[in-house]
Design a protein around this ligand. Structure first.
Ligand code: NI
Length: 171
């Protein structure tokens, strides 16, 4: 089932999400719905708060991994730095360069509770960091300097006023 995606201004995006404690059918259903919603958007990553569920889960597909989900993710061993354009399904339209670690390891569990450990580089590392931020109530615009944040919000206003078409390929 495709779920509505919450956008900037919705308080659920700013609340720290709760750890998952039951690896049950409801969780697997949530993950299925999130994957369907993510591919429909289309996006390369989606965190549960973006569909109004304040739980520590995200789904992703960087184009190589296929559909995947991480529950209760923890990021360790960040290294390097990469400045690349980033967007967010909850901030539809604008993209802006964001500095992220080039490589990072994501530890957590799959939806059945089995431990997973994934080393990400480039786009995959960026997805891990962007989605884990969502679970902490943080958005990519929080990582921009004042000028960057101002530009993103100005573009958002132009889109809302219908002066600019929104772009795609978001997470
Ligand atoms: Ni996002």
């Amino acid at each position: 089932m495709i779920l509505p995606i919450r956008t900037l201004g919705d308080p659920v995006l700013r609340a720290p999400a709760k750890p998952v404690t039951s690896f049950d059918r409801r969780l697997r259903r949530l993950v299925e719905d999130m994957l369907e919603t993510m591919y429909d958007a289309p996006g390369v990553g989606l965190a549960a708060p973006q569909v109004g569920v304040s739980l520590r889960v995200f789904t992703f597909d960087d184009g190589e991994t296929g559909p995947m989900a991480v529950v209760n993710p923890e990021l360790v061993d960040p290294s390097g730095e990469l400045l690349e354009e980033e967007g967010c399904l909850s901030i539809p339209g604008p993209f802006h360069p964001v500095a992220r670690a080039r490589r990072v390891t994501c530890r957590g569990a799959d939806p059945t509770g089995r431990p997973v450990e994934l080393r990400g580089e480039g786009l995959l590392a960026r997805i891990f960091q962007h989605e884990t931020d969502h679970l902490d109530g943080r958005l990519y615009i929080d990582r921009l300097d004042e000028e960057g944040r101002r530009r993103v919000l100005a573009e958002l206003r132009r889109i809302e006023l219908g002066l600019e078409p929104s772009r795609e390929r978001t997470r």
